[in-house]
Design a protein around this ligand. Structure first.
Ligand SMILES: [Zn+2]
Length: 262
C-alpha cells in the first residue's frame, strides 16, 4: 500500500471526494483511482525510462547518479541486523526482498528495516521456483508474504522479485506489481573474497543500476562498506528501488545540466 493510500485509510476521509462517482452518496467509501506506481503511467504502462527485459525491470535510465542496492533471501538473524547497523552508519537506504516465512520468524528485523527507511519487497513465502507451481500456489506464495509483512509494518510490499530469477509469462501474468530484476549481479553467493564482491559492484554499476546481493552471506555483508565507499567515490548516491523507478536524478549537477538542455 502506498503512503498516500495508507494516509487516506488512516484519515478515514470518506467525505472529501472532489470527483465522486455519479450517484455517490455522502459517506460512501472512496473509490477514487489510486495514483500510478512509480515508474508507471496512469494507464499502467512502463515509463519510457524504465529498462525492462521479459517483463522484469532491470535498470532505470536517466536516474543520473543513483544506484539501488538490493538484498535478497533474508532476513538472516545475525547478518541482516549487522547490515542494517552498517547502512544506518553510512546513511544509506537499500531494498530488501524478503522471504515471507523468514519475515514471520524474525519480525523485529523487519520492523528495524522499515524504521530505517529501507524498502521491503516480496520474495515469496519459502523461495520455491514459481514456474513449477500452479496459479493458486503462486498467488498464495505472494499473498502469504504480503500478509506477514503487513502485520509487522502496516504496509504490504509494492514490488516483487522472483526466486532464482525463475520467470515465465504465466507467472508474470499473475503479478500486478512491478517485478524487479537487476543489471548488476555481484554473484556474491559464490564469491570467495570480500574484494571480489566489492569489485563486481563498484566497477560495473552505472547510473540507474539495480545491484543484486544476498544478506544471508557474511562475505556480502562484509563487502557492503567497501561497495558504498567505492560507489560514493564514483559520485553515486543510494536510493530504494521505488525511488529509482521515479527516474529522478540524484546529482544536482545533472538536474542543472538537464534544465539547460531543456
Ligand atoms: Zn532469492
Amino acid at each position: 500500500m502506498t503512503a498516500i493510500a495508507l494516509l487516506a485509510v488512516v484519515a478515514g476521509c470518506t467525505t472529501i471526494v472532489p470527483d465522486a462517482a455519479p450517484g455517490a452518496r455522502h459517506g460512501d467509501p472512496v473509490t477514487a483511482a489510486p495514483p500510478p506506481r512509480p515508474g508507471y503511467t496512469a494507464d499502467g504502462a512502463l515509463q519510457p525510462w524504465i529498462e525492462a527485459g521479459h517483463g522484469e525491470i532491470r535498470r532505470v535510465n536517466g536516474a543520473e547518479g543513483c544506484v539501488a542496492l538490493t538484498f535478497d533471501d533474508g532476513p538472516h538473524p545475525t547478518l541482516t541486523p549487522r547490515l542494517l547497523a552498517l547502512l544506518a552508519e553510512e546513511d544509506v537506504r537499500a531494498t530488501f526482498f524478503v522471504v515471507g516465512s523468514r519475515a514471520q520468524q524474525w519480525p523485529d528485523i523487519i520492523r528495524a528495516m522499515n524504521a530505517g527507511g529501507h524498502e521491503i519487497g516480496n520474495h515469496s513465502w519459502n523461495h520455491p521456483d514459481l514456474t513449477q507451481l500452479g496459479n493458486d500456489q503462486v498467488t498464495e506464495q505472494l499473498a502469504r508474504t504480503d500478509a506477514a509483512i503487513f502485520s509487522i509494518t502496516g504496509a504490504a510490499p509494492d514490488i516483487v522479485r522472483l526466486p532464482y530469477d525463475a520467470s515465465s509469462p504465466r507467472v508474470l501474468s499473475l503479478i500486478s506489481r512491478p517485478v524487479i530484476w537487476w543489471d548488476i549481479d555481484t554473484l556474491d553467493w559464490k564469491a570467495t573474497s570480500v574484494g571480489e564482491v566489492v569489485d563486481s559492484a563498484v566497477r560495473r554499476a552505472r547510473s540507474g543500476s539495480i545491484v543484486l546481493m544476498h544478506d544471508i552471506h557474511a562475505t556480502t555483508v562484509s563487502a557492503v562498506r567497501g561497495i558504498i565507499e567505492g560507489l560514493r567515490a564514483r559520485g553515486f548516491d543510494f536510493v530504494t528501488v521505488s525511488e529509482l523507478m521515479t527516474g529522478r536524478p540524484c546529482r544536482a549537477e545533472t538536474v542543472i545540466a538537464t534544465a539547460r538542455q531543456g
